[in-house]
Design a protein. Structure first.
Length: 623
């Protein structure tokens, strides 16, 4: 049983072994259904509470303490206690065996589930470990349960890689303390979970929950499935996955925070239901909560159903009851999230009001400054020092997407215009962020998440087999508001969609169009007749536009990271083929390097040099 040091309500225990063809693992789950009678006053109270609430100063338990104490799994030995030589010293006494609900899975070497067995089980050996103790035991041959935990860690990594391969937004950056939750949102990890013990638990619980859900779905047994989808404008999850993996590799904290805010905007809350709709955050066709019946009421409902059907009895809940339970839980969980958000919003507003009036903006940390920016936009506070600090943080990449959007869309007085234009230039340098900005705007108008009825992508393919063209246009239907952006054309579908979102974002902000060409220009017959872009155009945007105009092809960016953690330096190498004159067989190779403290800074430096080469080779005329 692996938990935090403070845990007293232990839901689950794991056991893993390696086989000739893969792995076998068991997850023993506390049999709470035996201790809480359906329809009792305690059951009604558990349903009302829905789940255990963990606060900084107290814990509000879902179950009555006597029931929780009876149902919780217990340990016979702590890992620090050396087991005696005999097997019987490790095994609990007969009167201490614990009844469980058990899922037993067999996998191949890649972690693919081959076989699932569910039913009543008995736990006769158990150890309690913290996450850190489990991580240490997995690498220390002298530790208790070393073999099982080393094998469990091996299996967990294979399960993780399998999820990533399927497109799941699955990341654990244990050094910097970031991970994705089941809804695909980036969360900060507590200090005691930044180790492989946490990964073992997370991956085995996800695998067990998915296996149970698949078992029920294959047998047409309604339970409370966990369904999830991304917002309609979220884009391809694999694009997000690539960016997450790149951020994990680079260690760029600013990039982590940018992705964290972006994913918070495009991820919708998961819901419960007796039918299967898939789980996009985990990239699983079917999923359900089962492994925490002490802490979550849906897990308890599912356990009652599964205990009944695996014993040859009918489900204690009919389909209509499950539908009503799901609707009730979803509605009250949404209300709870809203209350929590409102509580923290009001507390933050009080602090922010004081900080906004103090005018010592450069000393504020990232979170406090973000709140000050939002408050300044709402109150139209345009103190020169504040605007200067915002400009500095925009240029350094320290202003997060939510605050960029607040200034870009909502700061309408003339004093904000230079900042809004600056943000537009940065967005043009990285159009992938525009999708999240459009989503943020739309959610603000609707007062809630989007669905497919609100968003329409129109994507067309043109060009020829050797040089395809993709044209994309984005339309929003937001109640009485209707917005259709200009079409944007690029050499990949993803780039075209990003540019279309960028154009619509500029339109929504009232800043006019970006590069106003609905068709991708052909390579000019005489490039000397084309003029250079204005010097104010961001280098990355300029290089991208020159590629769209056909002056260059095969634009590519590669990154290297060097230096100690406190002095990281990124090197970006930009390469492209210079087209020269249309239909010419000559394709000159262009290359440039740039360095910086962040990937964005290094890319901008490389782009500036590449831009100069393009304009020099093309003999472009300055305006």
């Amino acid at each position: 049983m692996i938990d935090s040091a403070e845990t007293v309500d232990r839901d689950d225990a794991i056991w893993v072994i390696a086989t000739e063809t893969g792995f076998e693992f068991w997850v023993h789950i506390a049999r709470v259904a035996d201790h809480l009678v359906r329809g009792s006053s305690a059951d009604a109270e558990a349903r009302r509470r829905m789940h255990t609430l963990y606060r900084r100063t107290y814990t509000k338990h879902m179950l009555p303490r006597p029931v929780e104490a009876q149902a919780s799994l217990r340990a016979c030995r702590k890992p620090s206690e050396s087991p005696a030589a005999s097997e019987t010293s490790i095994t609990t006494a007969a009167d201490e065996t614990q009844d469980t609900f058990t899922v037993h899975c067999r996998t191949d070497v890649a972690g693919n589930i081959l076989d699932v067995e569910l039913g009543r089980g008995i736990l006769d050996r158990a150890w309690t470990m913290t996450y850190a103790e489990a991580a240490e035991a997995a690498t220390n041959p002298e530790a208790t349960c070393h073999q099982q935990l080393a094998t469990a860690s091996d299996l967990a990594q294979r399960l993780l890689q399998r999820r990533r391969y399927s497109g799941a937004l699955a990341i654990y950056d244990l050094q910097r303390g970031y991970a994705t939750n089941e809804e695909g949102q980036l969360i900060r990890l507590a200090d005691d979970t930044r180790n492989s013990g946490y990964v073992i638990v997370q991956e085995l619980m996800i695998a067990a929950n998915a296996a149970i859900a698949s078992w029920a779905a294959e047998r047409d047994i309604p339970i409370l499935f966990r369904n999830h989808r991304l917002a309609a404008v979220a884009g391809d999850p694999r694009d997000l996955q690539e960016q997450l993996l790149a951020a994990e590799t680079s260690g760029d904290i600013q990039e982590w925070e940018l992705l964290r805010n972006r994913m918070r905007m495009v991820a919708r809350a998961a819901t419960y239901g007796p039918s299967v709709s898939g789980h996009h955050g985990l990239q699983l066709p079917v999923y359900a909560h089962n492994t925490s019946p002490l802490r979550r009421y849906p897990d308890l409902i599912n356990q009652r159903i599964l205990l009944a059907v695996t014993s040859g009895h009918d489900s204690p809940y009919d389909l209509e009851e499950l539908r009503e339970l799901a609707e009730d839980l979803n509605e009250r969980l949404a209300e709870e999230r809203q209350r929590k958000s409102e509580h923290f919003r009001k507390a933050a507003e009080r602090v922010t009001a004081r900080q906004l009036s103090q005018a010592d903006y450069e000393q504020l940390d990232e979170a406090d400054f973000a709140r000050v920016v939002r408050a300044a936009v709402e109150t139209d506070t345009t103190h020169p020092d504040l605007l200067k600090t915002i400009e500095q943080r925009v240029n350094s990449g320290q202003l997060q997407l939510r605050e960029l959007g607040a200034v870009y869309f909502d700061a309408v007085s003339p004093a904000w215009l230079p900042l809004r234009q600056l943000i537009g230039q940065h967005l043009a340098a990285d159009p992938s962020r525009a999708v999240s900005l459009v989503n943020m705007y739309a959610q603000a108008v609707l007062g809630g998440p989007l669905d497919a009825s609100h968003v329409t992508w129109s994507v067309h393919t043109g060009g020829d087999i050797h040089e395809p063209r993709f044209s994309a246009r984005l339309t929003l239907e937001l109640g009485e508001e209707h917005h259709t952006g200009p079409a944007r054309t690029a050499r990949s579908k993803r780039e075209a969609r990003n540019l279309a979102a960028l154009a619509l974002a500029a339109q929504l902000a009232g800043l006019g169009e970006t590069e106003p060409d609905d068709e991708l220009p052909s390579v000019p017959t005489n490039v000397q007749n084309h003029r250079a872009l204005e010097a104010a155009v961001h280098p990355i945007q300029a290089v991208t536009i020159y590629e769209q105009r056909g002056l260059i092809a095969d634009l590519n960016w590669e990154y290297e990271l060097d230096g100690p953690p406190h002095e990281r330096e990124f090197t970006c190498r930009a390469t492209a083929k210079f087209n020269g004159v249309k239909n010419s067989a000559v394709m000159s190779e262009l290359a440039s390097d740039g360095t910086g403290a962040t990937k964005k800074a290094a890319k901008a430096a490389a782009a500036a040099q590449l831009r100069a080469q393009i304009e020099r080779h093309s003999n472009l005329l300055a305006d």
